[in-house]
Structures are given as C-alpha cells and as structure tokens.
Design a protein around this ligand. Structure first.
Ligand code: CO
Length: 459
C-alpha cells in the first residue's frame, strides 16, 4: 500500500516554530528540490502566511504564491482555509469567500484544506463548492478534539456530512497534538469503513504522540500524512518526514520520496534553523515535548497565552484557579474544539471569571457573539441560563450567519478606490484592511523609486 506525504515546512512548520516569519527569499533556492522530492503536496499558503506576509515581511502574499507556483511546476500546492472565515476570525459574505477561493486557484493553489473551528459544516460548504467549481481538490476537515460529546459516532456522522458536500478527501486535523495512537487508529478505521474518500491525517508533535499516532493511522488505512523536513520538525511542528518515510518503508509501505533529495532539502534548511535560533525567533521551548496537554486538555499555545495574560496583570498566582475554570467555561459554551479563535475566547473568559471574583460578571464581546450564534452552531448544548443572561431579549441566530451578511466585494471596491490594482489586492484589503493598506503604500513607494531609477538608466 502506498502512503503519501504532504510537506509542511513552508506553512505549518514555519507557522508553529517561527511564527510564520520565514521570508520568501529564505526558501526560494530550495523550491526546485521540494518540487522533485516526490511529495503528494506542498503545504505552502493560507493559515497565517497571508497575514504575516503583509504585516511583517512586506511581501505580497499573492506574489509569493505565484513565485512558488512558477518554481514548482510538478507539485500540487496546498493551502489551509478557515471556511467562511477565510484566513481571519470573522465571517465573510459568500461573494468574498467565492472570489478568494477562485483567485487562490488562479494564482496556483491545487488543494484547499477547508475547516471550521466548530465543525459546523454550513461554514465550509461555500468554500468547498467554489473549490470544486474551479477544478481544485477540496479537502474537508474534521477538527479533532476530546470532550464528553465527541466520540467515534459523532466524528463518523460529521465525516458523512462533509463527504456529502462532494469533497475529494477528508482531513483529520489534530491542531493540539492530543490525538493518541489508539484514538487515531480507531478514528481512521471508522472513517475508512464509513466514507469512500481518501483520509489525510494532520497532527503536531507537541505532546510527543505525533510519530506514533501517524504510524497507527497509516495502519488503519490513512492515505496521506502531514510531515515536516527533520530540522523543522518536532515540538509544536509536525513529525519528521525522513523518519516517517524510514519507518513506513520498513513496514512494507510504498513511499515515493527520494531520500537523497530529502537530505539536500534538510541540508538547505539547517542553516535557516540555526539563524532562527541565533536570532531567538526560534525558541527551543517549542521544540520540546510537553505531555501536560494530555491531562489538562489545554493545548500548549493556549497555556502560554493564559500565563502571559496573568503575568501582564500581575496575577500569576491565580493560574491554578484559571486552569480549573477553563473546562467549565468550555462546557458552558457547548465544548468547542480549543482551536483559534475558540481557545482565546475560552481562555480570556475563564481568566475574567476568576479575576472578577464572579463568573460572567464581564463577558467579552466575542463570547456574546458566539452565544448569539455568529460563529456557527456549538458542537454541544450551550448553557441556556448563561445565554439568556448575556443576550437578554436578543434572539440567537439559528441560520448560517453568513446569510445575514451584505455582499462585500463592491463595498470594498468603493472603499479602496484606485489603491487596489487587482482583485487580489481587493481580497488582501478585505482580509486585513490596515495591513493591506500599509503594504500598498510601501509598494507604491517602491514602485516610484524603481520608476525614477529606470528613467536615469534610459538617459
Ligand atoms: Co497544524
């Protein structure tokens, strides 16, 4: 049996280890090797790459994608998309979602992995539909979490709903690295028995389970696994590509990766990693193994946020109380997966509840919007008493929230005028208005400088 590999060094490994700060120039020379190594796909766009390009790297994210496309003519390029939220945290109207997907494919994307933080299928259906319309591969995603209401039966039901949208593959996305080898095996086996499309497994090495989980998922029939080239693997990143290839071959699986090229890719990234360590961009803490999330169910990234919040308010001694309050808030909100933005929402509210000395004395506007149904349907029942207290006479939304939104493209065109030179610019602006405007300004200055320079040359 063949096992396919998706390489994450350009996106998730980059995001998880060094906050997506790798500029295009740092990996440009290795793209031709990535293109020839034999991967199923290269995950290289979406997630935080878009925001980071505009905000920190002074790069046009669309131009980055086109350059990767040109340098990797033989590879399937993959991106991560947060369904109706695209690359941000709020819901966008359908015309924006459709144009974003269309332009992503036009600029070079082949596979779009589409997820919703609440696993509300209504929030991925438009993006899936548009992906398919544009001839790209739609990978519908299950956000994996552990709670009293999540079990094999609920995941199989969800997978069938996702399959009915016409997706080409289904991805099990374990953001926090808490899916155990046994849970992964049981889940993939159940999915293989109940849906026809190939199964992709995505996990992180945060708690140390990652390698074992991927191996057991492959044994259960997973078709594609996500890995990162070794020097950008481990810790909060993915398990290592070379190691998984070695183990799987030993068990007789067919792996079409070229070991010699993998070594060249790793040799290329080794100094990039060293530079990140030297500049403190890469903190060795994130490379370690932290099994505490297995008992607390609080992902590592969320725990560091809680500590940072309490430290800022000089209340670190309240950490234990906040850690006890966190699962209670999660229960009140109907057990959302603790992935962005839910992890922040639950964490901030739990901290508030403890510091105010009274539960829900202050409620964040995000929690209010959540209880109103603006993020989608909660996986379980929300606490009705809390919902009533927060909403008062306001009725919660039960329809798909995006159905209540006005179209966004024409409005953005009016706002931006001639500052946008393309649909891609318009979408950058809709996704991250202030960062995009600042970027357009800098780009315009660069253009002007380039222009006067060329005049001199002609003279
Ligand atoms: Co991930």
């Amino acid at each position: 049996m063949k096992v396919n590999f998706t390489e994450t060094v350009l996106r998730d490994a980059n995001q998880s280890l060094i906050a997506t700060r790798m500029p295009f120039a740092d990996f440009e020379p290795v793209l031709s090797k990535l293109d020839k190594a034999g991967y199923y796909s290269l995950e290289c766009w979406g997630g935080a790459t878009f925001d980071s390009c505009l905000r920190y790297l002074n790069e046009d994210p669309w131009e980055r994608l086109r350059k990767i496309r040109a340098a990797c003519p033989n590879s399937k390029l993959q991106m991560l998309l947060r369904g109706q939220n695209l690359l941000g945290y709020k819901h966008y109207p359908d015309d924006v979602v459709r144009l974003f997907v269309k332009k992503s494919v036009e600029n070079g994307i082949d596979i779009i992995r589409i997820f919703d933080a609440l696993n509300d299928v209504r929030n991925i259906e438009v993006a899936v539909d548009e992906t398919l319309k544009n001839g790209a591969v739609a990978s519908g995603t299950i956000c994996y979490t552990v709670s009293p209401i999540h079990n094999l039966e609920s995941y199989v039901k969800l997978a069938k709903q996702i399959e009915s949208l016409g997706v080409n593959t289904i991805c099990v996305k374990d953001m926090a690295g808490i899916m155990s080898p046994k849970a992964g095996y049981d889940l993939v086996k159940a999915l293989k028995e109940n849906v026809k499309v190939p199964i992709v497994v995505h996990t992180h090495s945060t708690t140390g389970l990652g390698f074992m989980t991927l191996l057991k998922c492959v044994e259960a029939g997973a078709d594609v696994i996500d890995t990162a080239i070794s020097c950008f693997s481990g810790g909060t990143s993915q398990p290592a590509t070379e190691t998984m290839a070695y183990v799987l071959r030993e068990y007789g699986y067919e792996v079409s990766l070229d070991d010699k090229i993998l070594k060249e890719i790793n040799d290329f990234f080794t100094p990039v990693r060293k530079q990140a360590l030297d500049s403190k961009l890469l903190n060795p803490v994130v490379m370690g193994t932290r099994p505490d999330a297995l008992s607390s169910q609080i992902p590592g990234g969320m725990l560091s946020n809680l500590v940072a919040q309490l430290t800022a308010q000089n209340k670190l001694e309240k950490l234990d109380e906040v850690l006890e309050e966190t699962p209670r808030v999660r229960e009140d909100l109907g057990y959302p997966p603790l992935v962005t933005p839910m992890s922040q929402m639950v964490g901030v509210q739990a901290t508030q509840n403890v510091l105010a000395g009274e539960r829900y004395k202050n409620v964040s506007k995000e929690v209010k919007a959540y209880l109103k149904g603006e993020y989608g349907k909660a996986p379980g029942e929300v606490n009705k008493e809390l919902q009533k207290k927060v909403l008062g006479d306001e009725e919660p939304v039960t329809c798909r929230f995006a159905d209540t939104l006005e179209p966004g493209i024409e409005k953005a065109k009016r706002e931006l005028g001639d500052k946008a030179v393309s649909d891609e610019d318009l979408l950058s602006y809709i996704a991250f208005p202030s960062q995009a405007e600042a970027f357009f300004k800098k780009r315009e200055e660069r253009r002007k400088n380039t222009f006067s320079y060329s005049i001199k040359r002609i003279d």
